[in-house]
Ligand binder design. Sequence first.
Ligand code: FES
Length: 110
Amino acid sequence: MVKIILHGVDGLSEHEVPEGSNLVVLAGVKKLPGLRYSCGMGRCTRCASRVIGGAEHLPPPNWKEERMLGEDKLAEGYRLLCQLTISHDLEIVQDRLPLKPAWKRLEQKV
Ligand code: FES
């Protein structure tokens, strides 16, 4: 089991989850309350979270994360939880408002 510390929109919570879990899948079967998500496929960014502990154990971002989060948010430590399999303890923060996809943030700057 690995420990997940979630600073979610509903507050701080701690969870023990099986090694090899996908946190969005667990949230989908009500085993990780307080985690915001939607598509589960890297298309919506609703699961975007800033990893503040344990990021060194995660694989590099995949193409969906690169496309949806952009260099700026990846550099800030954001990841798409639906794209990750968790094998070590992790501490994550979900912003109060969902992160917009990278291209929508770019459109707003123009
Ligand atoms: S749940 Fe939609 S991108 Fe992760």
